[in-house]
Design a protein around this ligand. Structure first.
Ligand code: BG6
Ligand code: MG
Length: 217
């Protein structure tokens, strides 16, 4: 059976969660309230629009549509300033090892991300050539935990959903992979990602023999 591997971006391939956090925190400060790292956990895997809705709830801020649209833009502009400076040093440890192993074994690879900035980030860090297809926030209408993003990625890879493996750092992402009937691999805290089929703290814990087992299964 032909297998496909799908990677989330933020928090799996690169640690951009810290930049999203800094940009949201700046907006929160401008609006006069605190936004903690713990609250930022709620933002993982969540669309930009939904993040702003949650942020405004946290700060008890009522926004007009015009203000809402303006803050969506300014947050992204601030985020892009961080992205602009990114390079290969920001790839999370051992991610290239796994991508390279898959490539050498002719296994198709997709990106399945909620971000609308996915492609420029992959370009910046030099990983774009590994990906056979990219499905991101620009291509889907339903956010994770809906499986749309991963089902579309499987379709574009030409692989049955049940033959796909997904790497995710967000609870909503693990749920989306499970809903798509894919093998979910949680990257991060296994207490938070307890719904994943397999759990690893990061890619340094993933051996190529484990990847080989997933390919052969
Ligand atoms: C997800 C991140 O990958 O992308 C979220 O985990 C983020 O935190 C979402 O809000 C949307 O990203 P962007 O780049 O389109 O604002
Ligand atoms: Mg993520």
């Amino acid at each position: 059976m032909k297998k496909g591997f799908i990677f989330d971006l933020d928090g799996v391939i690169v640690d951009t969660a810290k930049y999203h956090y800094l940009a949201w925190q700046k907006l929160a400060h401008e609006l006069g309230f605190e936004f903690t790292k713990q609250q930022n956990e709620l933002f993982k895997g969540v669309s930009r629009k939904r993040c702003l809705e949650i942020l405004l709830d946290i700060g008890n801020v009522n926004a007009t549509q015009q203000q809402f649209d303006h803050w969506m833009i300014t947050k992204n502009e601030d985020y892009l300033e961080y992205i602009e400076k990114m390079d290969a040093s920001e790839i999370l440890p051992d991610v290239p090892k796994v991508l390279e192993y898959l490539k050498q074994n002719d296994i198709p690879i997709a990106l399945g991300s909620a971000s609308k900035n996915a492609q420029p980030i992959l370009e910046k860090v030099g990983l774009l050539p590994y990906f056979n297809t990219i499905v991101d926030g620009n291509n889907v209408t339903k956010a994770k935990p809906d499986p749309e993003v991963f089902l579309l990625a499987a379709k574009q890879l030409g692989v049955n959903a049940s033959n796909c493996v997904v790497f995710e750092d967000a609870v909503a992402g693990v749920q989306a992979a499970n809903a798509a009937k894919m093998v979910s691999i949680g990257i991060g805290d296994d207490n938070i990602l307890s719904e994943a089929k397999f759990n690893f703290a990061d890619f340094t814990e993933i051996s190529t023999s484990f990847i080989q087992q997933l390919i052969e299964k």
